[in-house]
Design a binder for this molecule. Structure first.
Ligand code: EPZ
Length: 430
């Protein structure tokens, strides 16, 4: 297993380029198989989740041609199976987007039911509700979802809760249903909009993405396209809060500032300066951060995927903050690790009460999940002394070249893969 070894204390200073949004790319790669014509996708993030999903797509028979680290050509005409292998769902839940894509195109799909994950049980009942509303027969047999339909017919679907995955999965199936579909209480995230824009570039007829009502007029077939993935607002937000927590000054490039407004508002509230440009934001923090309260909400509210990162910054702030996690039931697993670095965090149910401390001390910690792992790296960058982050495989799922980008901002961080290397690096930097 690989680790990060970090010597904290350097403010992050400089410029960092943001890549394509992992959570848009995962859905778009599955939607790409809905046509029998070639699809070229660029600005893909080179992260393990993307690489696993591309493997899942090629295993069902699609032709996947890697042009370079960030560009792929997909051709769905060679698909020979509508059944997705369990190993892929285990590795990456988002393989369940193949349900909507294959059901839309072939009117049948078989995908293993994804289990829970480190941040919660994450049921997919709303996805299945949507497929049934479109006329599909949906059964769960031997741990797999079998969905099939003579024809898919448009319908008026009201989601019980705002769900990114359900909105996207239903949108894909409805894109090739007969007639019109309305999805009410739809998720409004930028990556939902990106998937709708991608499908429309293939000839779909989707209106209203980005609002809570999406209208879809089904089409017979979709055609090939070339498409570039939207910048990753969560990768951008992670570097914004890393700048804040290390009292740095960072220009985060290749972003859409509008997508970052909830993060920008909170950073300004706690005393950072945030300057917006057309496709960049600059975050600087010269004085100790102030406290605030934050509650995670569906977009445009403060994103749940940024909850661990803001909590680390608030754990160093002057005063007591309250962080409420309203989306997932188990997203404070990093709190115990942060406490080992000197933070004062009390978790009660879906709320964390954070008494800011003057500073952290480095410790050996373990990444419990993707975003919490990134947050612990931020804590190590701000800490005095050496921090070792274990289980960084989680972080590599969603952050391309995390250590390289941080080094570019002046961080002392190395990726190592053995205790011997840890000792060697520690000797170099102490
Ligand atoms: C997507 O997950 C993202 N993953 C998550 O990012 C992100 O945290 C989440 O949206 C919220 O923004 C991908 O896009 C691959 P939801 P998703 O459906 O679609 C409940 C990351 O770090 N729910 O919006 O699974 C669910 O349990 C990951 O990049 C149901 O009850 O999230 C949750 O409490 C982590 N039934 C809430 O809704 C359903 O059928 C929101 O989940 C669907 C969801």
């Amino acid at each position: 297993m690989e680790q990060y070894v970090i010597r904290g204390g350097n403010p992050l200073v400089g410029e960092v380029e943001i890549g394509g949004a992992k959570n848009a790319a995962l859905a778009i790669l599955t939607a790409a198989v809905m046509t029998d014509e070639p699809v070229l996708i660029d600005n893909l993030p080179d992260v393990s989740d993307i690489n696993v999903l591309l493997e899942a797509i090629s295993v069902i028979g699609a032709t996947v041609e890697r042009i370079d680290r960030h560009t792929v050509r997909i051709n769905g005409s060679t698909i020979g199976s509508i059944s997705v292998d369990y190993e892929f769902i285990k590795k990456i839940r988002a393989s369940y987007y193949l349900l909507g894509a294959l059901l839309g195109k072939y009117k049948k799909a078989e995908v293993p039911l994804p289990g829970g994950c480190n941040i919660g049980s994450r049921p997919i009942d709303q996805h299945l509700k949507g497929f049934r509303a479109l006329g599909a027969k949906v059964d769960i047999l031997h741990g797999a979802i079998l969905a099939s339909a003579e024809n898919l017919t448009g319908n008026h679907i009201f989601l019980d809760m705002v769900s990114v995955g359900a909105t996207i999965n239903i949108m894909m199936a409805a894109a090739m249903a007969k007639g019109n579909t309305i999805i009410e209480n739809a998720a409004r995230e930028p990556h939902v909009v990106d998937v709708a824009n991608f499908l429309n570039s293939m000839g779909a007829n989707i209106k209203g993405a980005g609002t809570d009502v999406i209208r879809i007029r089904g089409v017979e077939a979709l055609h090939g396209t070339s498409y570039s993935i939207v910048p990753d607002m969560i990768e951008a937000g992670t570097y914004m809060f890393a700048a804040a927590a290390t009292k740095g000054d960072v220009l985060i490039k290749n972003v859409i500032p509008k997508h970052l407004e909830a993060m920008t508002a909170k950073l300004e509230e706690i005393g950072c300066d945030v300057e917006e440009f057309d496709d960049a934001v600059r975050v600087s923090a010269t004085k100790r951060l102030g406290r605030t309260h934050v509650k995670t909400l569906p977009y445009p509210g403060f994103p749940t995927d940024m909850q661990p990162q803001i909590s680390v910054a608030l754990a160093l702030a002057n005063g007591t903050s309250i962080v409420t996690e309203s989306i997932f039931e188990n997203r404070f697993k990093y709190a115990d690790e942060l406490t080992r670095m000197g933070a004062c965090v009390k978790v009660e149910g879906n709320t964390a009460i954070i008494d800011g401390v003057r500073g952290f001390t480095g410790a050996r910690v373990s990444a419990p999940d993707l975003r919490a792992g990134a947050a612990l790296v931020i804590a190590g960058l701000a800490a005095e002394g050496i921090t070792i982050v274990d289980d960084i495989v989680y972080i590599q799922r969603g952050y391309e070249d995390f250590e390289g980008k941080l080094k570019g901002l002046g961080a002392e961080i190395e990726k190592v893969s053995s205790e011997k290397e840890i000792q060697k690096y520690k000797l170099q930097i102490v």
